[in-house]
Design a protein around this ligand. Structure first.
Ligand SMILES: Nc1ncnc2c1ncn2[C@@H]1O[C@H](COP(=O)(O)OP(=O)(O)O)[C@@H](O)[C@H]1O
Ligand SMILES: [Mg+2]
Length: 394
């Protein structure tokens, strides 16, 4: 049956022993609503593959956001002239801003945001005591005001709370509050502070739903924790907004999330924000494209909820076992082990599961566009440029 829906070209199909292209490798846009996951060890070609997908989404006029932890997408995709948002400059966002709804309805959401931050950045969520203290502090502050609560002010109020509530006579309270303050303190200082410790915001969530590519350049942030927090704030806002917009049969927004193990770790009993997006937003037109170097370290829910899988070379037995479990075909494990840079196994499960195929990621044209981006950017690495251009079909 002929399909009229648009599809994204991600490269050319190749055979194991015959490198001549066997035709285009494509992914139906429709399949993206069931998410896509790109796996492969460091340097195997995941980010290049995600950049190729971003190129295709841009030409299909599908709104796309890249959470760029290292700034590499800013370089690779610079020839597309994307909107680049930089923390502390044109990306300033107050996380505890009641906006137009009732503050106390949002308090639980904010505390849950901090719980997620604590989970992924400190390896453990908030304790019931910390939940309680935060609830009281937020509740007190928003009694009668709609002004956002800046992080520095939250810290001050936590300190006051500790002094005023006789916390010292209650077992474990001072430690609990101090631990919270220590986790939040870095968010109020430096570039992170310039971005989050504010009463204002520089972006309107609606702008993300306009056709075009937006890259959120997280590279100015000093560490993974700060990158996690900003990513989580944005994901949560999008989650809320997409739900508010209601169900749809089309794709409203694609979010590309590289190094997804930071935000969606494989931790028993913990359901991360990206996981909730993957599981709950399928019918709302929110598509998640995740990249991860170690399939065994990323939430298995993320992989299982991705109807399209692209796997580059893997070299760790546990990772190979994990990834191979999601592919159809014989000798997949052996194939994954032997994939050269830029070649990947593609597993498409939409509209029905097909045998996995071998793909050279990026057509010559696509690789030229990425090379143009690298060439145009001030810090583009020459070595990387050479590699991308030279990776001609053998
Ligand atoms: N499809 C490809 N075509 C050409 N070169 C590629 C391709 N994929 C990766 N490379 C080369 O390999 C290097 C590492 O790729 P990258 O996408 O950054 O890997 P990862 O994100 O998995 O660490 C890139 O700098 C690029 O030069
Ligand atoms: Mg990468």
């Amino acid at each position: 049956m002929a399909r009229s829906l648009p599809s994204l070209v991600i490269g050319e199909r190749v055979l194991t022993l015959d490198p001549r292209p066997q035709g285009k490798a494509t992914i139906d846009v429709e399949a993206l609503s069931r998410h896509l996951c790109i796996l492969g060890t460091t340097g195997s070609g995941k980010s290049t593959c995600a950049a190729v997908i971003a190129l295709e989404l841009e030409s299909a006029k599908i709104p796309t956001i890249v959470l760029d932890r290292t700034g590499e997408y800013v370089e690779l995709l610079s020839s597309l002239d994307p909107t680049v948002l930089r923390p502390g400059e044109n990306l300033v966002i107050s996380p505890f801003d009641p906006k137009d709804s009732y503050a106390y309805k949002q308090i639980e959401d904010w505390i849950s945001l901090l719980d997620h931050f604590s989970h992924v950045s400190h390896g453990v969520g908030l304790s019931p005591l910390q939940y309680r203290v935060l609830r009281e502090v937020f509740d007190n502050y928003f009694h009668g005001t709609r002004r956002p609560l800046a992080i520095q002010e939250l810290l001050t109020r936590l300190e006051q709370y500790e002094e005023e509530t006789n916390a010292s006579v209650l077992k474990g309270w001072p430690e609990s509050i101090e631990a919270l303050i220590s986790k939040l303190w870095p968010l109020a200082h430096g570039v992170v502070g310039k971005t989050l410790n504010t009463y204002s915001r520089s972006i309107d969530v609606e702008q993300f739903f306009q056709p075009g590519l937006t890259i959120i350049d997280l590279s100015p942030l000093p560490d993974d924790r700060a990158k996690n927090m900003l990513s989580q704030i944005i994901l949560k806002e999008l989650y809320e907004e997409v739900r508010k917009k209601g169900r749809t049969g089309s794709i409203r927004l694609v979010m590309i999330l590289d190094e997804a193990q930071h935000l969606a770790p494989n931790e028993k009993g913990y359901v991360s924000i990206p996981e909730r997006c993957a599981m709950e937003l399928r019918k709302y037109g929110f598509s998640l494209v995740t990249c991860a170097g170690r399939p065994s370290l990323i939430s298995q829910n993320i992989i299982a909820n991705s109807n399209t899988l692209i796997c580059h070379m893997l070299n760790n037995q546990l990772d190979i076992e994990t990834a191979a479990g999601f592919f159809i075909g014989s000798n997949v494990k052996d194939s994954l082990r032997r994939l050269p840079v830029g070649i990947a196994m593609l597993q498409v499960n939409h509209p029905e599961p097909k045998d996995s195929a071998r793909v050279r990621v990026g057509t010559v044209d696509q690789r030229n566009i990425l090379a143009l981006g690298l060439r145009g950017s001030a810090s583009g690495s020459e070595a990387r440029l050479e590699e991308i251009i030279r990776a001609e079909p053998l």
